[in-house]
Design a binder for this molecule. Sequence first.
Ligand SMILES: NC(=O)c1ccc[n+]([C@@H]2O[C@H](COP(=O)([O-])OP(=O)(O)OC[C@H]3O[C@@H](n4cnc5c(N)ncnc54)[C@H](O)[C@@H]3O)[C@@H](O)[C@H]2O)c1
Ligand SMILES: [Zn+2]
Length: 370
Amino acid sequence: MTVATIRVHLPTSAPSAIDRSYDITVGRGLLPTVGAAVKAAGGRRAVVITDAAIAATHAAAVEIGLRSAGIEATALIVRSGEGSKSITEAGRLWDALAEHAVDRRTHVIAVGGGVVGDLAGFVAATFGRGLACWQVPTTVVAQVDSAIGGKTGINLTAGKNLVGAFWQPHGVIADIDTLATLPAREFVSGFAEVVKYGMILDAAFFSWLEDNVGPLMARDPAALAHAVERSAALKAGVVEQDERELTGLRAVLNYGHTFAHAYETAAGYGTLLHGEAVAIGMARAARLARDLGRVSDDLIARQDQLLLGLGLPVEPPPGVDLPAEALLEVMARDKKAVGGELRFVLPARIGHVELVEGVSTLLVRRALVG
Ligand SMILES: NC(=O)c1ccc[n+]([C@@H]2O[C@H](COP(=O)([O-])OP(=O)(O)OC[C@H]3O[C@@H](n4cnc5c(N)ncnc54)[C@H](O)[C@@H]3O)[C@@H](O)[C@H]2O)c1
Ligand SMILES: [Zn+2]
């Protein structure tokens, strides 16, 4: 299998004229090649920040590659789970970096899912006024979403991702082989964002997904590589055009997410995986678009069929009791930030979405139960 490279073009930072553009590399057997990439970029020492679940396997493969490239490597292991995206854990990592006498030629390598990527990226952004950081994503979510775009951060008790920084990586190296060890529920959940990219930006990719449900669920490496590569390229394209969420273009990535956040919050964090909530959210958003006369039942049917085929839900699972009132309340609270008006990213057709303002609560309620 060939290795695909997607260049993310970003404006040069003034006044130092540093080129911030970087490559996303997607393929098999890439973990041992991280060392050569870091070396080529001028790294002389490396701190590998990784998830306890993969420290002895995938992260160890990265460390071996670093050492054989002549780079001194230290591993810092983070406990698995969202709880590690905390100020306590960031503090522990800052202290560890200080202890290892980290200098300007030390690169941080995040090996793991979105938790490690967001945490390690944030620690790299903030330690010593910024260390070079590499993202080596090992979950579907991380390979198609969180490792790309430079958003890093940690959670507060008051809410998720409340403290963070934009910190673009030096490179993203997505080794498809790492997905072989992902637990089934985590694996499937990541595909909600993949379906999202097809829905918001690429009808041909959506059709390809419809035709490749079998190989994808069998974790066929060639199918996975194509899905990751296409998703990464689509996200990179959006990030290039709206790096810091200023123009509103990056908002298309929020398709399904207003509903999803409501389901995640109302169900209690951890009940639904994020991707599961996004799948339900996209199914609801499509129904809302239909009720507004923007799309036909055919679009809902195709999206539902693809999501269900991938093993994702289109409505809350039995036992997750979510009254419409509670969901609407969460959405209304979410919306305070944008002036109290309900607005949604809704499909216009497969491959294209639009921002729709001033949606009535009545229709939202109907989409939640319909
Ligand atoms: N920065 C962004 O733009 C962005 C975008 C989307 C999500 N996120 C963040 O990403 C996080 C979720 O990421 P995630 O879904 O990858 O979760 P995660 O990092 O918690 O990983 C999921 C689980 O898989 C395990 N794991 C990771 N790689 C594995 C592998 N190869 N084999 C076996 N097990 C493995 C982990 O230990 C964990 O239990 C959230 O905190 C979310 O806020 C950030
Ligand atoms: Zn998401």
